[in-house]
Ligand binder design. Structure first.
Ligand code: NAP
Length: 292
């Protein structure tokens, strides 16, 4: 059984980007820029945003945090986004979700210039993904594709079972893997909470992707030998042995399933670190498109 090391892979990708950015700076005197828009004081959002900004600065990418008051009106927020849509210093715009209740998230995402949609949530990006056109791919599923590629895990003709159908993980990863192209071309099944017996599907998986948010939902009885496991879930469970009193685990019972798996992503340190790496990669892609 081989561990898929997302932490190392993400570090490799960041280093590759750092080199490309320093090359771009030397040849054109320009660097990619990412603006992150944070509305309100959600503590988890603040942590994520700070991680993104730190990651940008580590690879020489220009970044800015646009911190807005919780009470900002939808109209004012749309106006600010429009300014960034037209600001040549920023090639990527990220609006940290969730937004306060009085703001329509769909409207905000649709107001982004699709050329700067580095989160890949704009309907144009999603539509292009579904019909197999080049576009910005949303970062967590894009990170999964990159892990499969870099670990030489063949997906062609393989049965991939995705558990979870969210717009940020389940649906986009299924759409990426089903494309008739190199690195995809899989036979894909999507499961969700209405499946009467999940194990009927999971037992057939050559590659199982769990994006549910239920600790240890997938047990060793539910998978076949040599399965490749991609565990997207991040769940906090009580742990009296840890100082914090809790620990993070995935949707997969790592210990049990490891006995059968050929490859498995740990939690933490698997899919998680890839998300920011792919955000940086998308911002670099936006820079190349806009500046060329
Ligand atoms: P979500 O929007 O809550 O979607 C969960 C999906 O799981 C839904 O489609 C739901 O079905 C399905 N589901 C729930 N219980 C189920 C069950 N018992 N059997 C089968 N399907 C079930 O979650 P998400 O945003 O996709 O996130 C999923 C997990 O990934 C979370 O733990 C989240 O923290 C983690 N995550 C990690 C990263 C990262 O590593 N960077 C990024 C994003 C998310 P219905 O549609 O029928 O409700």
């Amino acid at each position: 059984m081989q561990i898929i090391d997302g932490k190392k892979t993400a570090a490799d990708i960041r280093e590759e980007l750092r080199l490309k950015i320093s090359e771009a700076r030397e040849t054109s005197d320009k660097v990619p820029g990412l603006v992150t828009i944070l509305v309100g004081e959600n503590p988890a959002s603040k942590v994520y945003v700070n991680m993104k900004i730190k990651a940008c600065s580590q690879i020489g990418m220009h970044s800015k945090l646009e911190k807005l008051d919780e009470s900002i009106s939808e109209e004012d927020l749309l106006k600010i986004i429009d300014d960034y849509n037209n600001d040549p210093l920023f090639h990527g715009i990220l609006v940290q979700l969730p937004l306060p209740k009085h703001i329509d998230e769909d409207k905000v995402i649709e107001s982004l210039n699709p050329q700067k949609d580095v989160d890949g949530f704009h309907p144009i990006s999603v539509g292009k993904l579904v019909i197999g056109k080049d576009t910005f791919k949303s970062c967590t599923p894009f990170g999964i594709m990159e892990l499969l590629k870099r670990y030489n895990i063949d997906t062609k003709g393989k049965h991939v079972v995705v558990v979870g159908r969210s717009n940020i993980v389940g649906k986009p990863i299924a759409n990426m893997l089903v494309q008739k192209e190199e690195g995809a071309n899989a036979v894909v099944t999507i499961c969700h909470s209405a499946a009467p017996d999940l194990s009927v599907f999971t037992k057939q998986a050559d590659i199982l992707i769990a994006a549910v948010g239920r600790a240890h939902l997938i047990t060793k009885e539910m998978v076949k030998d040599n399965v490749v496991i991609i565990d997207v879930g991040i769940n906090s469970i009580d742990d009296p042995n840890s100082k914090k009193g809790y620990k993070l685990v995935g949707d997969v019972d790592f210990e049990g399933v490891s006995e059968k798996a050929s490859y498995i992503t740990p939690v933490p340190g698997g899919v998680g670190p890839m998300t920011i790496a792919m955000l940086l990669s998308n911002t670099f892609k936006a820079f190349k498109i806009i500046e060329n």
